[in-house]
Ligand binder design. Structure first.
Ligand code: KG4
Ligand code: ZN
Length: 334
């Protein structure tokens, strides 16, 4: 049978990305133009700047993805693009580029949920087994998602305030670390300094929801009190204590859900799944439980278009084709 070839496009936040994926699981090319340098001095993503970069980069990354794959538009079966959630102005640039490309080359258009993309990044490493449980942790999301089968998502738990990555970035800011702060906290947490004991926020018994804003406040209070008392603040100790709290709660709730729903596989997805402490904790925990666990390599944890093509591949197989009047959907639900 003929291979299925999908072009993926992602512009929901601060990466302009295009990728070509074969049969939903094999990366043929993967191009990411990062804007992080432009947003750094503002300490976060500035939507207007993001849109302008996407406009400048989107055609270039699409052409580069085709060139690196040594392919022509006629080799493609469909164009998959992030429909939401994300910054509306940023989403629209990818969507309009995808529509124009699809129209000009008579290709079907597939709108993809960004989180479905993060989850399907795992399909590029190892084929998924169902029922499957996904821990999705990124700058905008913290969710436990149950997948009974391909393309079906049930939300089991979610954050009630900050996303895990958002908490990382806010704590990093307090520690005067550059944006995005997650990787910096991760690095400091591994420098072998005794962690400060911060609380674990479990919420009601049995809940799979999360809350990180209380933990963030504990860190800020600790820093404030230490400063007032003239005590030295060890950033490594703060980073390690914060990370221990986040990792313990994420791991424990994912484990409890995996057992309750008797899943065949657990996966982690999203930018925070690049975290060394979280990866090790999940790997060790699920190895002990005998439940297969996978997490994508680092370059597929943060935003990219290969994951959008991989999720789009399943939707295309299911006949879930979008209309040419597709719009950006910043609050799209999974
Ligand atoms: O998935 P992603 O690239 O974009 C969103 O969809 O949000 O995730 C970005 C988030 C940022 O908050 C960043 O600080 C966090 O992922 N992040 C990390 C690490 N690498 C990236 N957080 C903790 N540890 C890391 N190593
Ligand atoms: Zn993302």
């Amino acid at each position: 049978t003929k291979d299925q070839i999908i072009l993926g496009i992602e512009t929901s936040c601060d990466e302009t990305a295009a990728s070509i994926v074969r049969n939903g699981c094999e990366i043929v090319s993967n191009v990411v133009a990062s804007q992080i340098e432009s947003h750094k001095r503002f300490g976060g993503v500035v939507p207007e700047i993001a849109s302008r970069h996407h406009v400048e980069q989107v055609t270039i990354v699409i052409e580069e993805a085709l060139k690196q794959a040594n392919m022509e538009p006629s080799d493609l079966d469909a164009v998959a693009v992030t429909e939401g959630p994300g910054l509306v102005g940023a989403l629209l640039i990818g969507i309009n580029a995808a529509k124009a490309f699809a129209f000009a080359n008579r290709l079907p258009l597939v709108g993809v949920h960004h989180i479905a993309g993060h989850i399907y990044a795992n399909q590029l490493t190892e084929l998924m087994q169902f029922p499957l449980l996904a821990l999705v942790v990124s700058g905008g999301h913290t969710e436990i998602v149950l997948m009974p089968e391909h393309g079906t998502f049930e939300l089991i738990g979610e954050t009630r305030d900050d996303a895990a990555g958002e908490a990382y970035d806010k704590v990093a800011r307090v520690l005067k670390l550059p944006y995005p702060g997650g990787p910096h906290i991760d690095r400091l947490a591994h420098e072998g300094v005794e962690p400060i004991a911060f609380p674990r926020i479990w919420l009601e018994e049995g809940s799979y929801d999360f809350s990180f804003s209380g933990l963030k406040s504990s860190v800020i209070n600790y820093m404030h009190n230490a400063e007032q008392r003239g005590e030295e603040i060890k950033p490594q100790a703060v980073a390690a204590g914060f990370q221990d709290s986040v990792v313990e709660v994420l791991t424990a709730k994912t484990l409890r859900a995996a057992k309750q729903y008797k899943v065949k596989q657990v996966i982690a997805a999203g930018g925070v799944s690049a975290n060394k402490g979280l990866r090790k904790s999940l790997e060790d925990t699920f190895e002990k439980e005998g439940i297969p666990f996978t997490v994508p390599p680092l370059f597929l944890c943060t935003d990219n278009a290969a994951m959008i093509a991989a999720a789009g591949s399943v939707m295309f197989e299911k006949g879930l084709i979008s209309s040419m009047s597709m719009n950006g959907n910043p609050g799209m639900t999974l």
